[in-house]
Ligand binder design. Structure first.
Ligand SMILES: Nc1ncnc2c1ncn2[C@@H]1O[C@H](COP(=O)(O)OP(=O)(O)OP(=O)(O)O)[C@@H](O)[C@H]1O
Ligand SMILES: [Mg+2]
Length: 633
């Protein structure tokens, strides 16, 4: 994985990524783009102008006045004023340029973050199985950050340096082609030297990135596992593991930086050499050509030296930025990868609507909130839309499923649950209990078989409506940052405070919530860190209760809680289960006993079914579980 990260540091198709970034940045801001180009042109012109100004000033203002008695200062002042005006204009436009770019880059990043988040929310659950959360997070943190640097600084720098470079070269050729040839020669030399250094440092860079990733990964893992580390007194071991990784990073960073650090001095010294060579060639040309008449003047030499400085500066700028650009484009590619990820598809056309009975006893759709729900089922064959009351009748027939195509987890699962019935799943860990519930709400699609909800194939039901009609209490409780009230309201955003309290009372959560310092307004952070396991479960039960779904799926948490809280959770769940179709994955036999049907799962197959008494009479796996011959879990 680390290897993959290291190679991923380079963009696969930088050109394509660059085009897309430019489209994002300037695609809908053509006017601003024109303004930016204009600003850059003005500022580049002012750089070239300043260099040439020096030459003209020396030749036309300074030399003619040397030794003159009572010199006239007017031309000096006029040309200095012109110079000051042009430089000031350029300063103003430079300021406007950076202001505009800050706005554009932040707007672009805002849009990118919105798009990424939208995409993320639209992705199927399986995406999160296949991609590590840390990797997804780094799209939002590192990759967006490098892209920010690129858009707000490097992009403009690069445009500016390139335009200035072209102007400088033209101006150099116009001034003196001999001296331009000297500059070209040194440019070639510098390019050769830097590219050979860059090649070496590039190789080190990949190693450096990989080592950095492993150090960061290690720290993250250690932070998450602090409790386990302390429990097993693993501090010394983890310290020495860290030291080893850190040492590896130190070595690769030292190597990488050695190359990177000689780059500067090499180009600087070559630049100095070029300066000396130009002075010699220029001076010889001025002396041999006899001065002003031939065009080779002291002023020209001075101007040229200035131009050659700007030439080197801009070449350096471009080569420095290009590394940053490659990194940023690699980040951009990863962001685009997320943006191009396939969203969860939904072909469902059966929807859940408010319904009422008309005089003749037929169901019809209504805009009012009647508390009576119906599936609105349009038919492809042209027959009229039918309305099926939402009852909570579930049938699974010959269902096969695997998370990955060639590894089946469930085989031939068939079962039914009539409205109001309670079906329990028991079986050892990994038997496939949670998996069955993941299929009911279409977190995953089945490979074979059929699942029907109130007689309708669930593939035809719009996913949002299907999920509305199914309450889920997941195995791992997840609470969000916010107040307890907000967390309960998660099940029904428009719920009133009274409804929240009623749901909490139903779930048996009211008592402990009232003991909290701020009651229902107590803030919860970090997935309810400050609450006990049982309290978190009670809140998640209240959250399901407030949604009041006809079908409820409960994946009992395996972790044990104290007997008092367990009794609370139990009675909360019992109350919630009343009058609903319930699928319960039970780890406590007390939950299972009063179910209408119990499915004993083993390796993805239902191996026994029946109610408690039937199964005890069968004297099979359930009997052995119940009598304690086999541990449940
Ligand atoms: N997201 C997933 N991707 C791939 N395989 C998975 C995934 N989730 C579960 N599995 C596999 O599917 C099988 C059934 O897992 P499942 O979570 O349904 O078990 P379970 O009966 O709920 O166990 P437990 O009692 O421990 O909760 C296991 O072999 C597991 O490794
Ligand atoms: Mg499970």
């Amino acid at each position: 994985m680390l290897r993959a990260r290291a190679t991923a540091a380079r963009a696969k198709d930088p050109k394509k990524a660059m085009k897309r970034v430019l489209k994002l940045v300037f695609g809908e801001r053509k006017l601003k783009f024109a303004f930016i180009v204009a600003c850059i042109l003005i500022s580049s012109f002012s750089i070239v102008y300043s260099s040439n100004f020096l030459g003209l000033f020396i030749d036309e203002c300074v030399f003619p006045l040397i030794g003159v008695e009572d010199p006239s200062w007017a031309p000096v002042i006029a040309s200095l004023t012109q110079f000051a005006a042009i430089v000031s204009i350029s300063v103003v436009f430079n300021y406007l340029l950076s202001r505009t770019m800050v706005g554009i880059s932040q707007d672009t990043l805002y849009t990118i973050r919105v798009d990424m988040f939208r995409r993320l929310e639209s992705l199927p659950v399986s995406y999160f199985d296949q991609n590590q959360h840390g990797t997804i997070m780094s799209r939002f943190s590192n990759d967006t950050d490098t892209l920010n640097q690129f858009i707000s600084h490097a992009l403009v720098q690069l445009m500016q340096s390139s335009i200035t470079l072209v102007m400088v070269i033209v101006s150099m050729i116009m001034n003196s082609w001999i001296m331009t040839a000297v500059v070209a020669l040194f440019a070639l030399l510098t390019m050769k030297a830097t590219s050979s250094i860059a090649k070496r440092s590039g190789r080190q860079f990949a190693a450096q990135q990989a080592d950095l990733a492993s150090v960061n990964g290690f720290i993250e893992e250690m932070m998450n596992g602090q409790r386990v580390i302390k429990v097993f007194c693993h501090e010394d071991q983890s310290r020495s593991d860290f030291a080893a990784l850190n040492e590896k990073l130190r070595k690769s960073m030292t190597k990488g930086n050695t190359y990177a650090n000689i780059m500067g001095p090499v180009t600087m010294n070559l630049g100095n050499l070029q300066y000396v060579a130009l002075v010699i060639v220029g001076a010889v040309a001025v002396i041999l050509s006899g001065g002003a008449a031939s065009g080779y003047t002291i002023g020209l030499l001075a101007a040229f030296l200035q131009l050659s400085r700007s030439f080197s500066n801009n070449v350096n700028q471009i080569s420095q930025q290009s590394n940053m650009v490659l990194l940023a484009l690699a980040g951009a590619e990863r962001i685009f990868e997320l943006l191009d990820e396939e969203s969860e598809t939904d072909d469902g056309y059966v929807t859940l609507v408010n319904a009422k009975m008309d005089e003749s006893g037929n169901l019809t759709e209504t805009g009012e909130h009647t508390g009576l729900w119906a599936w609105k089922h349009p038919h492809h064959d042209g027959s009229p839309v039918s309305y099926v009351p939402l009852r909570g009748d579930i049938v699974m027939r010959d269902v096969d499923f695997g998370y990955v195509p060639d590894k089946m987890v469930l085989h031939d699962i068939s079962l039914y649950a009539k409205p109001g019935q309670k079906i329990a799943f028991v079986g050892s860990t990994g038997a496939g209990k949670t998996t069955i519930t993941n299929l009911l709400n279409r977190f995953y699609d089945i490979q074979d078989g059929k699942i029907r909800f109130d007689g309708i194939n669930i593939n035809k039901i719009r996913k949002a409506d299907l999920r509305h009609s199914l309450g889920m209490i997941l195995q791992d409780t997840n609470l969000f940052t916010g107040t307890i009230k907000e967390n309960i309201k998660f099940g029904k955003l428009e719920a009133t405070d009274d409804e929240v309290i009623a749901a909490a009372k139903l779930a048996n959560a009211h008592g402990f919530i009232m003991m909290m310092p701020d009651g229902y307004d107590t803030m919860i952070t970090n997935n309810g860190e400050s609450l006990s396991q049982g309290q978190r479960q009670l809140i998640s039960i209240a959250r399901a209760a407030i949604a009041d779904p006809p079908v409820l799926v409960m994946d009992e948490a395996t972790s044990s809680i104290d007997t008092h809280t367990e009794a609370l959770v139990q009675s909360g769940m019992d109350r919630l289960m009343a009058n609903r179709t319930v699928f319960v994955i039970a780890h406590r036999l007390s939950t299972v006993r009063n179910s209408n049907a119990i499915m004993v799962l083993d390796h993805g197959r239902i191996i026994e079914r029946g109610d408690h008494d039937d199964l005890i009479a069968q004297r099979g796996v359930y009997y052995r579980l119940y009598t304690g011959a086999v541990e449940l879990e």
